[in-house]
Ligand binder design. Structure first.
Ligand SMILES: [Zn+2]
Length: 307
């Protein structure tokens, strides 16, 4: 069973007050039904929804309620209005409980809900723009602001994308069990996203540190092979030797490992000077290589392959 199935099943079993009954039916009718002064006909996509409608219509006092099944199109529930005077109810539900029931009817008739890796989606499809707007207004009257309407193939749709608003809706229409599952999944998903972001950040950071460390080692080896490390001032020389001894350590770790530990910014400053010295050597040798016209001298200073 999908999450949507769970929600539908729970809504089909939700308690209905007598004041709310006709409003839930009106929700079904608006989303996927037809009515005239004598009778009404409502579509139901599953047996559970058809049973719910059958019960609601019978309890509301409608006559000769029947359910028929069509092979590919689902169930149709038919009922005769009989001597009920004002049917179906018109206007707008005054009570909040009735508005929630109206919203439940709309959803049971043509609602869809899912939660994926990419986000959350709640919607009710309607045949007209006016009804999509009515569905949006129904949510707004329940304090759920932020629903939108739009085109959907030949019809219209009212939809919500915000997980917090969807959770609010689940609670108000009576899907309390589904709400718990939804909130648990949401917390897990948020946590997983946070962990993934953190891991990505740290992986990128680590890659940057390693690349920088290898570049530093390569430059220090160049100095060692040409002018020799003793050519460097003592402070730079100690740091250069520490780098050769610990090729993958971070700069902060190197700074701490020195006989006279340095701050990270102090180490960074000295490392920049070492790098500048290596660049200077490289330029000088490139220039001399050009004068000599030989490739061989430059070959000698080709960067060392990372080990
Ligand atoms: Zn009510």
């Amino acid at each position: 069973m999908t999450f949507l199935d769970d929600v539908r099943q729970e809504l089909c079993a939700a308690e209905v007050r007598s004041c709310c009954r006709s409003w839930e039916i009106r929700g079904f009718l608006d989303a996927w039904g037809q009515a005239d002064a004598r009778r009404l006909r409502v579509h139901a996509h599953s047996a559970a929804v058809a049973r719910r409608l059958y019960t609601l219509l019978s309890e509301a006092g409608l006559r000769r309620v029947t359910v028929t099944r069509r092979p590919r199109s689902g169930f149709f529930v038919l009922a005769h209005v009989g001597d009920l005077r004002t049917w179906p109810p018109s206007g707008w539900p005054r009570r909040r409980c009735c508005r929630r029931s109206y919203a439940r009817g709309l959803f049971l008739a043509r609602g869809f809900l899912n939660s994926t890796r990419h986000g959350y989606h709640w919607e009710v499809k309607t045949p007209s723009e006016t009804l999509a707007e009515t569905a949006r207004r129904a949510l707004e009257s329940m304090g759920i602001k932020g629903a939108r309407t739009g085109r959907w193939q030949k019809g219209w749709v009212a939809y919500l994308k915000d997980a917090g608003l969807i959770a609010d809706w689940l609670g108000q229409v009576g899907a309390h069990g589904s709400l718990l599952g939804f909130e648990n999944a949401r917390v897990t998903k948020d946590m997983r996203n946070k962990v993934n972001r953190r891991v990505n950040y740290e992986t990128a950071n680590l890659a940057r540190t390693v690349a920088a460390a290898l570049r530093q080692k390569e430059n220090i080896r160049l100095i060692e092979r040409t002018t020799g490390l003793d050519d460097l001032p003592p402070g730079l020389r100690d740091l250069a030797k520490a780098r050769l001894a610990q090729p993958l350590a971070s700069l902060a770790e190197l700074a701490e490992s020195l006989d006279t530990p340095l701050s990270k910014s102090g180490a960074s400053h000295r490392m920049r000077r070492i790098m500048a010295r290596a660049e200077q050597i490289r330029r000088e040798h490139a220039r001399r290589g050009q004068v000599a016209g030989g490739q061989t001298r430059q070959e000698q200073f080709r960067p060392e392959a990372p080990s």
